[in-house]
Ligand binder design. Structure first.
Ligand SMILES: Cc1cc2nc3c(=O)[nH]c(=O)nc-3n(C[C@H](O)[C@H](O)[C@H](O)COP(=O)(O)OP(=O)(O)OC[C@H]3O[C@@H](n4cnc5c(N)ncnc54)[C@H](O)[C@@H]3O)c2cc1C
Length: 335
């Protein structure tokens, strides 16, 4: 057993999670259920990360993850738990892909109700969450781990730290643990522009979802066809293709919004209608290009670990599984 860990056995079982996305909150729940005192630190003002719903005025848009699809038993059980408590409902949209074909099968998808951000809510229960706290670095002394924020304030000591943020950010936070940080460079993430559009009238063709439409547009969804959304007018979420998003990531969001809507209008041959609302948002580390191929990374000597979708794959399910497994590893190490 490492000397650092040996000393900590008698200090505290207070643990810290950095990042309140699906991975961080799934990790926090496992540790909380095992009896640890868990504190979560989130840079944003709200929790959920890419499991997000943005309100522009009164209009909600799911501008990050679009739906859940469960492959593992554990994630399917989680979806069932959410469905039973009303946080999630099935969505069976009409789907068409860029080659003009309608999907052969009706997808078995689930969405958060009233928005995708609802999905993380039950995970946040009985965990202490600090929002608006961007972590700058972590450091340790003989008492344990300390967390430093961008305003140079600090909290601690913690017996263990779970870093549950996108891979490039995790590398920065792991500063003192060079070997672990280098190991993460195998994972690659790409940016993704999300365009949110409000139309007073329905002008898109009949399908609810269109995928792989052009070199610019990867996804178009009629957000208002999801259960629990308002049906007045049309709210549309468009995602740009990763390569186009990378080429334009430094561009002005207003210019990007015009270009993306121009492309959608061209694809469908729409009349020149001006949307009543149109906003582009960049997910800087939005989509996983190549994952690490491991559920999580954890040092039992240092009691620091990392988790996120990028450890295992590119979906919400991977974030949930990765966070869960890291939470279990930390719990076992502290027992
Ligand atoms: C456009 C888009 C569409 C998608 N569509 C789907 C889909 O349809 N289905 C699906 O299953 N998945 C989809 N995904 C993927 C899914 O959203 C992710 O797999 C999942 O949400 C990742 O969760 P996470 O906890 O690993 O990371 P995140 O959700 O990114 O959470 C990380 C959290 O850490 C916080 N953070 C970062 N740095 C710091 C710091 N220094 N200090 C404190 N906090 C910090 C962030 O603010 C964030 O809240 C989509 C993603 C995007 C971007």
């Amino acid at each position: 057993m490492g000397r650092f860990r040996e000393r900590l056995r008698y200090v505290t079982s207070r643990t810290a999670v950095i990042g309140a996305g699906l991975a961080g909150l799934s990790c926090a729940r496992v540790m909380r259920r095992a009896g640890h005192y868990v504190e979560v630190f989130e840079a944003d003002r709200i929790i959920g990360g890419r499991m997000a719903t943005m309100r522009i005025g009164l209009v909600p848009y799911d501008h990050g993850a679009q739906y859940l699809s469960g492959r593992s038993t554990r994630f399917r059980d989680f979806i069932q738990e959410l469905t039973a408590s009303g946080y999630v409902a099935p969505w069976t949209p009409q789907v068409k892909s860029g080659d003009g074909k309608e999907a052969a099968t009706v997808p078995n998808w689930h969405v958060g109700v009233p928005g995708m951000s609802s999905i993380v809510r039950p995970l946040a229960e009985s965990v202490r969450i600090h929002t608006g706290q961007a972590v700058h670095t972590i450091s340790r002394d003989h008492k344990g781990w300390h967390i430093w924020f961008e305003d140079q304030s600090t909290v601690g000591p913690f017996a263990a730290v779970a870093i549950c943020v996108p891979a490039p950010r995790a590398q920065l936070l792991l500063g003192p643990l060079e070997e672990m940080s280098d190991h993460l460079s195998r994972a690659r993430m790409s940016p993704c522009w999300a365009l949110m559009v409000r139309l007073d009238e329905r002008i898109l063709p009949d399908q609810d979802v269109y995928s792989d439409m052009s070199e610019v547009i990867r996804w178009i969804a009629r957000n208002n066809t999801k259960p629990g959304r308002s049906t007045r007018g049309e709210t549309v979420v468009v995602h740009a293709a990763p390569s186009w998003s990378r080429e334009t990531e430094d561009a002005d969001p207003e210019v990007v919004a015009e270009e993306m809507w121009g492309e959608v209008s061209h694809i469908f041959g729409l009349p020149p209608v001006r949307p009543s609302q149109m906003t582009a948002h960049l997910w800087k580390h939005g989509l996983v290009e190549s994952s690490l191929g491991e559920s999580f990374v954890f040092s039992t000597d240092d009691l620091v670990g990392v988790a996120g979708d990028w450890c295992l794959g590119r979906l919400a399910e991977h974030a949930f599984e990765s966070g869960f497994s890291l939470g279990r590893a930390i719990t076992q190490a502290l027992d």
